[in-house]
Design a protein around this ligand. Structure first.
Ligand SMILES: [Zn+2]
Length: 330
């Protein structure tokens, strides 16, 4: 590798763009805060060689000493923490929002078609014959950390002081239940994880009846939209300068999607989430729903469920629990 992989974003703050091969996200942004004797790495990429090679080259360019480095993951998805267990040295700390940190402790052994998630997917119309293969291919199952580590829980209002930055933890649930963002009020800097993305919309998925992740997400957008932000550092793709404008676009995006779901169910009621997803518009290069790769149909179904649950809570849709299947009508 000859290309320089590290970009200086601000004083003592760097970005390493780590590739995610054969993944529609394409890459993940890892941010590094560097002071003389201490480093903080925020998000790492997946536990796979293509990520490790680029991240470690980037950390070398910056002069990071792992013996003096703490890690923070904005949330529990494997593309954000997968390399932490391998890079974390004894005595150093890895942290995550409290809810996601607790979920990481329970995650082991959860990846099977008999898990509550598998049962819910089946009831949502996901083809049962594709479930086992999907669980095997899921990045969470394939590319999480090489070993279990305990994440130190971060709570709203906690402050991380490093390299001249004062990063306040803000709970931003929605993309995951324990997702956190970091805000430096004086520098008007917002580190967004997957809460706010510029070129793509964060995936909001639901896999159970007892939550409304999209409702939570929209509340979390409203919560941060009022902050003064000159620069937003997202977990994927381009840096964001028009923070408020992007927050507004994301809210509007989900309103449009919600309307699309209502229209689909008005035309043909009694549909499950998988069927609803098959009729929604997706920004993906595939000729038809049947041509979507399995994992893209999985994420699309999760996103359809999130919209259905949200609209149900708003009173726009009715649910029918038809035994093995959950059906919706407008
Ligand atoms: Zn994520």
């Amino acid at each position: 590798m000859t290309n320089q992989v590290t970009e200086k974003v601000l004083d003592s703050l760097y970005r390493v763009v780590v590739p995610l091969p054969r993944n529609p996200l394409k890459e993940v942004n890892c941010y590094v805060l560097a002071e003389d004797d201490r480093f903080l790495v925020i998000d790492t990429g997946m536990n796979r060689p293509e990520c490790r090679e680029v991240l470690t080259a980037g950390l070398d360019e910056i002069g990071v000493d792992l013996g003096k480095t703490d890690f923070l993951a904005t949330h529990l998805h494997a593309d954000h923490h997968g390399l932490i267990p391998d890079l974390l040295r004894p005595g150093r700390t890895a942290s995550m929002g409290a809810i996601d940190a607790a979920a990481m402790g329970r995650a082991h052994g959860g990846w099977s078609e008999d898990s509550p998630m598998g049962v819910y997917l089946r009831r949502s119309g996901f083809p049962p014959e594709e479930l086992a293969e999907s669980f095997k291919r899921h990045p969470g199952a394939r590319f999480s950390g090489s070993r279990h580590i305990d994440y130190a829980p971060l709570d709203e209002g906690d402050v991380i002081d490093i390299a001249g930055y004062r990063l306040e933890v803000i709970d931003t649930p929605g993309h995951t239940f324990g997702h956190i963002s970091l805000y430096d009020r004086a520098k008007r800097l917002f580190i967004a994880g997957d809460h706010i993305l510029g070129d793509i919309t964060p995936n909001i998925q639901a896999w159970a009846d007892d939550h409304d992740p999209l409702g939570l997400y929209l509340d979390s957008i409203a919560k941060v939209e009022a902050l003064d932000v000159d620069l937003c550092l997202p977990g994927h793709r381009s840096l964001i300068h028009d923070f408020k404008g992007r927050c507004r676009e994301l809210r509007e995006h989900h309103e449009v999607r919600g309307q699309e779901v209502v229209d689909i169910l008005r035309a043909n009621g009694g549909r499950n989430a998988y069927e609803t997803a098959s009729e929604m518009t997706w920004d993906i290069r595939a000729k038809s729903w049947e041509d979507f790769p399995i994992m893209q149909r999985w994420f699309a179904t999760g996103e359809a469920i999130a919209h259905l649950r949200w609209l149900e809570d708003l009173g726009e849709l009715q649910r029918e629990d038809a035994g093995e299947r959950i059906l919706y009508s407008a």
